[in-house]
Design a protein around this ligand. Sequence first.
Ligand code: PHE
Length: 461
Amino acid sequence: MQGFDKNTPRESFGSQIGVIAAAAGSAVGLGNIWRFPYVAGENGGGAFLLTYLAFVLLIGVPAMLSEFVVGRKAQRNPVGAFRRLAPGSAWPAVGFIGVAAAFTILAFYTTVAGWTLEYLYLTIFDKLDHLQKKDLENTFTTFVASGWRPVMWQVVFMLLTGFIVFKGVKNGIERSTKIMMPLLLLIIIALGIRSMTLPGAAEGLKFLFRPDFSKINAGVMLQALGQAFFSLSIGMGTLITYGSYIRKSENLGKTAISVSLADTAIAILAGLAIFPAVFAFKITPEAGPSLVFITLPMIFDQMAGGVIFELVFFILLAIAALTSTISVLEVAVAYFGEELSMGRKKATVLSTIAITILGICTTLSMGPMPELSIAGLSLFDLLDKTSANVLLPLGGLCIVLFVGWKLKPEAVIGEINNEGTLRARLAPLFMFIVKFLAPVAIALVFLNGLGLFGFFGGGDL
Ligand code: PHE
């Protein structure tokens, strides 16, 4: 099959390990280490975790597999995939929403990714040492609102992302994630052990694992669903795009299960690294988005050998973010490269520039340019909430409906069992979920959650 560039074959991942590293790299990101702990903290800990796990298992894994099926079957970017599998229909709109989501997600995601580089810098130059809570809050809020500095780090981050994507699927994405992902795992395990061996850590474990069911309501359920989609990278075509690079001999079902397990394990490990420490130092877990930037430095400062752990933690965050940003950028690049016949290099340069511009506006909306806000939410908050809680569930819903109702069941099963060469015992269960259970569950949680909060009401979404 022809690639993005004329006369070259379409690229694919070179090995099973490469596929898992790349897809788990996409899934594991700020969503696990920055977003999961603070959303869990704000939504009651254990009760949230349980709801989240149920959604990952019942909806997340089948939705991920659906994206792989669409991508590998069509061998195309998200827009081209729907065009190829459902010519002349309105389905390619789902792909377009995905490309749009690539822009909105990267715009705020690289803002936060940029913060991790600033904190790396602050740690290396001892600038967080011995600061009181107030000073740490000050450092964070002044930095975030300062304009040029966060913008600079964001641009650096986008350039790193663009550089890897520019080099292509095998030499860029696969090669870099195969190095970064094992490193990430080592770091998070070390941090978890350190945190859990602190005196008083048990309270944190209770908070994370002891569910208080009275805390579950429609809002918590939507947050858990949105978090599951965001964390697994579902609903915007990232996994359609990566799926299109998976060779026909790989086992898609196994891949979806391994990637989801890895993602969930890392989110729980992040919770284990953060909450015991939060409780050990008697800090409240509901700090919100600033949890890892204010609360954690405070903890590291009081901990023996804290600077080392702090350094390692921000390296972890930066790596996790980078393996995700490349997967989001790849969606836009695959679309421009293939559908508009630009080739990879031109598509990478153009999308990197366009996304950087939107990203800069997002970063500025948090400080010097508060007028960049809509309905009382800064551009940053708006993009964060609408991406995770609106665009991704909506995209996910369309994708499972497409696989459940539009594609022929034989074609779907054929893609899952590699045309009869694998056993794929769970395929009938999968078909039932994507036809009935997942669409109904997503629609219910989505409508319920939106109704409870009002669409843009108050930033609670
Ligand atoms: N899954 C990534 C994370 O957890 C974010 C992401 C969302 C990446 C959607 C790709 C698509 O950080």
